[in-house]
Design a protein around this ligand. Structure first.
Ligand SMILES: [Zn+2]
Length: 250
């Protein structure tokens, strides 16, 4: 029975991941309701049902548009596969519990933010405002211990990022600050501090490697959102063992 549910959540994640690609690409351009079917940005070819299988379509099309053979961004299948994995992993961790709802909502928010920030260097308010009430309800149904840890976490997320924005003058933006506020509500105070530390760690490590291999330009701004997402996910799923390990160092 476990395998059946696991397959179910993986497929659910793949389908939602495909939808999150569309949301992440369209919401910043206000195109969400404009055209119901996805199309190739190069030749305008409207994708039919054969092109819309998550991950599988990308593999069978060898990453190219069926019509004009323009390369399709690997971001699409990566987002689909990652969402499939995150949904399945959330089920493994929490089973059928109230926390599973929080996990599915939280991972969904983080995946969409990754798409918008990588594509447009933007964390749209609409996305944050859509998930904020849902996550607050999630944290009421599945509260942290103590329950007010959500309030402390949210406030700390906002204040901490605000200080960094003022001190670094452009390292992070207002979108990052609001995102950290939402992340704090889900993770609580220790969790948001860990997420904050991990995002800056991931940011410096990964952008260091990318600079080394000249994959990014030192002078151009890089989106920080994906590092926040990585830090938040690590903290959400592995907060307890990491903090435990850290405390045993002394
Ligand atoms: Zn095309």
């Amino acid at each position: 029975m476990g395998v059946l549910y696991l397959t179910y959540f993986t497929i659910l994640g793949l389908i939602f991941g495909s939808f999150f690609n569309v949301v992440g690409q369209r919401v910043p351009k206000n195109e969400m309701l404009k055209e119901s079917r996805s199309y190739c940005p190069k030749c305008g070819y409207k994708l039919n049902w054969l092109d819309l299988y998550p991950v599988l379509s990308y593999i069978t099309l060898k990453g190219k548009c069926r019509n004009c053979k323009t390369s399709i961004s690997p971001l699409y299948p990566i987002v689909e596969a990652t969402t499939g994995f995150l949904f399945a992993y959330s089920f493994i961790r929490f089973g059928f519990s109230a926390e599973l709802i929080v996990a599915l909502l939280f991972t969904s928010l983080l995946v969409i933010i990754t798409v918008t920030d990588l594509t447009y260097m933007l964390i749209p308010n609409v996305i944050l405002l859509f998930f904020l009430p849902l996550l607050i309800i999630g944290r009421i149904v599945s509260p942290l211990d103590p329950w007010w840890d959500s309030l402390a976490g949210g406030a700390t997320g906002l204040v901490l990022t605000a200080i960094i924005i003022i001190a670094s003058r452009g390292g992070m933006g207002g979108g990052d600050m609001k995102l950290f506020g939402v992340i704090g509500i889900v993770l609580g105070l220790p969790g948001v501090l860990l997420a904050f530390f991990l995002s800056t760690l991931y940011g410096s490590l990964i952008s260091g490697v990318l600079l080394l291999f000249k994959k990014i330009d030192r002078k151009k701004p890089v989106p920080f959102g994906p590092y926040i997402v990585l830090g938040a996910l690590t903290s959400y799923f592995f907060k307890a063992p990491i903090i435990d390990w850290y405390l045993h160092l002394f």
